[in-house]
Design a protein around this ligand. Structure first.
Ligand SMILES: NC(=O)c1ccc[n+]([C@@H]2O[C@H](COP(=O)([O-])OP(=O)(O)OC[C@H]3O[C@@H](n4cnc5c(N)ncnc54)[C@H](OP(=O)(O)O)[C@@H]3O)[C@@H](O)[C@H]2O)c1
Length: 269
């Protein structure tokens, strides 16, 4: 029997990309998926695909940036469907460009969606996860939680915060002996979903396929791993950054393309 059989799983930002593919794969593996997003048409289309493949799915509108709507959303979900076992905080936005040329509203929105929305969701649903026999909080961060992202500085900041939050909460739950709730942080490099259209991949960090990333995430959840890093060498870069003198790291970041990869970002057209 699949690990996911009979588990109720809520995914944020599931109308496209990684979230949509996770919903489809989880539906195929016997989970009951709650496909959420801020626009109705994409989430309903994903839910229909899950149902057509023989799975169970519900589409629910949820804009995670509207923090005060998260608690009422949870109460309605409990009334309509019930509690969840797994929360996948996947919703995310990015606005690339020179820091002072990107409108402040876009920088603030990045933190609102990627960081504050994610924390508010974790806070709202922690009771559900604690009540589940195998509760799980999955936070989608990014490789840029480890490595600075010039021309995407507030995106990196939002994801560094997610990594710090996730890792702290994971250790706190252990310390409090809340052993039935696992926390997994996912840190992928560039993925070909369109979110980073135009960005140039740095040396040794190929463009990942959504299929590869979703496979790793599903394995990571099954194995209740604290971290899923794709490609795994991202962690090596982090170690290198810590070990090298600052100017040597700066040269390496420039020569490897890390420093300029977001210069050509266009995002979803
Ligand atoms: N693609 C990459 O290279 C990459 C690399 C590392 C990490 N990630 C992370 O992976 C996650 C999924 O990204 P993706 O690559 O699959 O891109 P994506 O297709 O753009 O997925 C992001 C999803 O989040 C939704 N969303 C945005 N703002 C929202 C809000 N306020 N409330 C609810 N949903 C919202 C988007 O909905 P709309 O369509 O309505 O905007 C979209 O469906 C994100 O957290 C991203 O930061 C991506």
């Amino acid at each position: 029997m699949s690990y996911y059989q009979g588990k109720r799983i809520l995914i944020t930002g599931a109308g496209s990309g990684i979230g949509a593919l996770l919903a489809e794969q989880l539906g195929r593996q016997g989970a009951e998926v709650i496909v959420t997003g801020r626009r109705r048409a994409p989430i309903e289309s994903v839910a229909r695909r899950v149902l057509a493949a023989g799975g169970q799915a519900h589409a629910r509108l949820l804009d995670v940036s509207v923090l005060e709507e998260i608690d009422p959303f949870r109460r309605q979900l409990h009334a309509d469907i019930g509690t969840i076992d797994i929360l996948i905080n996947n919703a995310g936005v990015v606005f690339g460009g020179p820091f002072d040329e990107v409108p402040l509203a876009d920088h603030l929105n990045t933190l609102q969606v990627n960081t504050l929305g994610l924390m508010a969701m974790a806070h709202a649903f922690m009771g559900d996860l604690r009540a589940a026999s195998q509760g799980h909080l999955v936070n989608i961060a990014s490789a840029s939680a480890y490595i600075g992202l010039p021309f995407g500085s507030t995106y990196a900041a939002s994801k560094w915060a997610v990594l710090g939050f996730s890792e702290s909460l994971r250790l706190e739950l252990k310390e409090r002996r809340i052993n039935n709730v696992a926390v997994t942080t996912v840190c992928p490099g560039y993925i070909s979903t369109g979110m980073f259209e135009g960005a140039r991949t740095p040396l040794l960090s190929p463009m990942l396929t959504p299929e590869r990333v979703v496979r790793s995430i599903l394995r990571g959840i099954r194995q209740r791993r604290p971290l899923v890093v794709e490609p795994p060498m991202v962690r090596g870069i982090d170690l290198l950054k810590g070990a090298l003198p600052g100017p040597v790291w700066d040269t390496l970041a420039k020569r490897s393309g890390i420093a300029s990869s977001m210069k050509y970002w266009q995002g979803k057209q």
